[in-house]
Design a protein around this ligand. Sequence first.
Ligand SMILES: [Zn+2]
Length: 155
Amino acid sequence: MSINKFMKVAIDEARQGIHANHGGPFGSVIVKDGIIIGKGHNRVLINHDPTHHGEISAIRDACSKLKTHDLSGCEIYTTGEPCPMCLCACMWANIKKVYYGCTIDDNSKIGFRDSRFDKLLGGRENIKDYLVCIDRDACLELFDEYNHLKDHQVY
Ligand SMILES: [Zn+2]
């Protein structure tokens, strides 16, 4: 299976997080001009922070490295379709494109509540060009791995 090289890094990032019990199987990488400038994974459990999703973690890392709040010209690769909070965070950061692996429905299948919040807030159909699904099968393998971890948590 040929996987996008940036998505592969996002999956590896997520995998490190789940085996360290930091949080769910969500890793993200931010790329500018073909170079990775930030990455992160879900740290909700380890940081006791419900907002510390993978995308937020990667945005913070990239902004800190570039010393800016503006990620214009950047793309994000993330293992799961962004929740409404992260989707807005990507827009606030001026990220130009979101590449995601698993869908919101896939997130639901392993127990996360993204679908509930997305139904409540909606509007995703208006930004279809902004969100591009790639490498879903590889990300589903990651989700499956998480699902089979002993003591894994959903929140
Ligand atoms: Zn999120």
